[in-house]
Design a binder for this molecule. Structure first.
Ligand code: XMP
Length: 494
C-alpha cells in the first residue's frame, strides 16, 4: 500500500540532530592520536581528505594536505594528461632526488658555470661527461676567481673525487653520508650515470613535516578521481603513481557502475575508493566487488542541490552509520563526504563509524585551493562550486558530466544539462594549515570529552543524545552580537 511507504519510512538524522555525550575520561586532548585507515592498504595521520572538486583540490592543496598528514584527491575536471601532471607534481614535490638535475661539462668555462648557477638558482653543479659524473663544482669553488677574469675551465677547478650514492639510499642514510663527509650535495648514480642529486637542504626540509602522509618510498601520498567508466584515466593515474584512485560518481549504487568496478580494479595497482553511496545495501554491493574504501554522502554538501532537484538523499549521520555498520564486518574504511561545517561535525561523523571525512567548503577559500581571490565590498573571497553545477560541467575539460550520468553532444550544452549543484564564493580563509589546526584541535577536544584515545576508540565509545531544534539553538552562541570572530566559528555571511 502506498500509505505504508510513509508510515514505514525510517527516520533520517544529520549533524544538528545529535550531540555527543561527555564521558568519564582520562584522555587529554593533547595525547589523542588521530591517525586512521582510509582504504584497505593506506593510513594517514589526520582523518581529513579534500574533495575532488575543481575549486578545492589540485596539486597545491594535495601537497599541503599530505605535509600535514591528510590527503588530497585531485579532481578530474581536466584532461587526463593534466591530471596525471598534477599527480606527478605531488609525488615529485616530496622526491628527495631532484630528477631533472642541472649538470655542466668539464670543458665549460667558469663564467658559464656561474651563469647557469645564477639562472637555475642552484649553488652547485655535477660535472658530467657522457652522463658519467666526473666531478662537482660549487659556488664556493668559483667565487674567489670569477671576478678576476679567469679563463679557467670547469675541469681545472672542480672537485674530482665525487661522493655519489645509489638510488636506494634512504634520506637518513644520505644525511649521515653528507654530514660525515662534510658535503652539501650528493649526486645519485646508476652504473656511474647520473640519475639525480640530493641536497642536505632537501633532506632537512623534509624533516619539517614529521606528520606527513607518505607512501612506501617516502613520497607524499596522493589520490585522484576518475569517472565510473573512465578506465583510460584510471590506468593513467595509476601509472603516474596515485596511491588511491577514487571513482567519483553521484550514485555508486547504479548497477552499471557496480558492474564496471571489477574492470577498473583489475587494471590498477592503486587502492580503489568508491562513492558516493548512502545505504547499507549499496555498501554490501560495493564490498562484494572488493572495493578498498567507501565514500558516503548523497546530497549533504554545501553546494549540492541533488536533494532538491531529484528529491533524493539520506541525512548524513544516518547514511554514514548505515554504511559503517556493514563496512565494519569486512574492515573496509568509510569516508563521510560532505555537509561538515564545524570541527564538531567531524567528531560526530567519526562517532557514527566514519574513519575519515571529506571536506569541500571547509577547505575551499584557502590559499591552496585553486582559483584567485576576489574582493567584494572590501572583503576577500574565493570561488567554490559544485561539480554538478553548470559552470563545472561545461567548464574545464567537462570531465564531470558522467558524475551525474549526463552526456552532452553538440552545441547548446547548457540547455541540455540538469545541474545538481550551485556556484558561488566563500570567504578567503588564508593558509590551509591554519584551518586544519583548528579542525584537528576541535576533534581532539571532542575525543577528550568522549574519553577516546584514538579514532577507533571514538568510533566505539562515543554516545549521542538526540536533540531538538531548541537544543541546537542553545548550542550556538546566543543573545550576543559577536564582535571578534573566532577562527573555528566563522560568522561571516555574504
Ligand atoms: P561540502 O559540504 O564539504 O561538500 O562543501 C562537498 C562534497 O559535495 C559533493 N559534491 C556535490 N554534490 N552536487 C552534489 O549533489 C554537486 O554539484 C557537488 N559537487 C560536489 C562531493 O561529494 C563533495 O566532496
Amino acid at each position: 500500500m502506498y500509505s505504508k511507504k510513509l508510515k514505514e519510512a525510517p527516520n533520517g538524522y544529520t549533524f544538528d540532530d545529535f550531540l555527543l555525550i561527555p564521558n568519564a575520561s582520562s584522555v587529554e586532548p593533547k595525547d589523542v592520536k588521530v591517525e586512521t585507515q582510509i582504504s584497505r592498504n593506506y593510513r594517514i595521520n589526520i582523518p581529513i581528505i579534500s574533495s575532488a572538486m575543481d575549486t578545492v583540490t589540485e596539486s597545491k592543496m594535495a601537497i599541503t594536505l599530505a605535509q600535514e598528514g591528510g590527503l588530497g584527491i585531485i579532481h578530474r575536471n581536466m584532461t587526463i594528461s593534466e591530471q596525471v601532471n598534477e599527480v606527478k607534481k605531488v609525488k615529485q614535490s616530496s622526491d628527495l632526488t631532484i630528477r631533472d638535475v642541472i649538470t655542466i661539462s668539464p670543458d665549460a668555462s667558469i663564467a658559464e658555470a656561474n651563469e647557469i648557477m645564477d639562472i637555475e638558482e642552484v649553488s652547485g653543479l655535477p660535472v658530467v661527461e657522457d652522463e658519467i659524473v666526473v666531478g662537482i663544482i660549487s659556488r664556493r669553488d668559483i667565487k674567489p676567481i670569477i671576478n678576476k677574469g679567469s679563463k679557467k675551465k670547469v675541469k681545472d677547478i672542480m672537485t674530482e673525487e665525487v661522493l655519489t650514492i645509489p638510488e636506494s639510499t634512504t634520506p637518513d642514510e644520505a644525511l649521515d653520508i653528507a654530514y660525515e663527509n662534510k658535503v652539501e650535495r650528493l649526486p645519485v648514480v646508476r652504473n656511474g650515470k647520473i640519475m639525480g642529486i640530493v641536497t642536505i637542504r632537501d633532506i632537512l626540509e623534509r624533516k619539517k613535516f614529521p606528520n606527513a602522509s607518505r607512501d612506501k618510498k617516502g613520497k607524499f601520498m596522493v589520490a585522484a578521481a576518475t569517472g565510473p567508466f573512465d578506465l583510460e584515466r584510471a590506468m593513467a593515474l595509476d601509472d603516474a603513481g596515485a596511491d588511491i584512485i577514487a571513482i567519483d560518481v553521484s550514485h555508486a549504487h547504479n548497477l552499471h557502475v557496480v558492474d564496471y568496478i571489477k574492470t577498473i580494479k583489475d587494471n590498477i595497482d592503486a587502492d580503489l575508493l568508491v562513492g558516493n553511496i548512502a545505504t547499507a545495501k549499496a555498501a554490501e554491493a560495493l564490498i562484494a566487488k572488493e572495493v578498498d574504501g567507501l565514500k558516503v554522502g548523497i546530497g549533504p554538501g554545501s553546494i549540492c542541490t541533488t536533494r532538491i532537484v531529484a528529491g533524493v538523499g539520506v541525512p548524513q549521520l544516518t547514511a554514514v552509520s548505515d554504511v559503517a555498520d556493514i563496512a565494519r564486518e569486512s574492515g573496509i574504511p568509510v569516508i563521510a563526504d560532505g555537509g561538515l561545517r564545524f570541527s564538531g561535525d567531524i567528531a560526530k561523523a567519526i562517532a557514527v563509524g566514519a574513519d575519515a571525512v571529506m571536506l569541500g567548503s571547509l577547505l575551499a577559500g584557502t590559499h591552496e585551493a585553486p582559483g584567485d581571490v576576489v574582493i567584494m565590498n572590501g572583503r576577500k573571497f574565493k570561488q567554490y562550486r559544485g561539480m554538478g553545477s553548470l559552470g563545472a560541467m561545461t567548464g574545464g575539460a567537462g570531465a564531470g558530466t558522467d558524475r551525474y550520468f549526463q552526456e552532452v553532444k553538440g552545441p547548446m550544452k547548457h540547455a541540455k544539462l540538469v545541474p545538481e549543484g550551485i556556484e558561488g564564493v566563500v570567504p578567503y580563509k588564508g593558509p590551509v594549515n591554519e584551518v586544519l589546526f583548528q579542525l584537528i584541535g576541535g576533534l581532539k577536544s571532542s575525543m577528550g570529552y568522549c574519553g577516546a584515545e584514538d579514532i577507533s576508540a571514538m568510533k566505539e565509545k562515543a554516545r549521542f543524545v538526540k536533540i531538538t531544534a531548541s537544543g541546537m539553538t542553545e548550542s550556538h552562541p546566543h543573545d550576543i552580537t559577536i564582535t571578534n570572530e573566532s577562527p573555528n566559528y566563522p560568522t561571516t555571511r555574504l
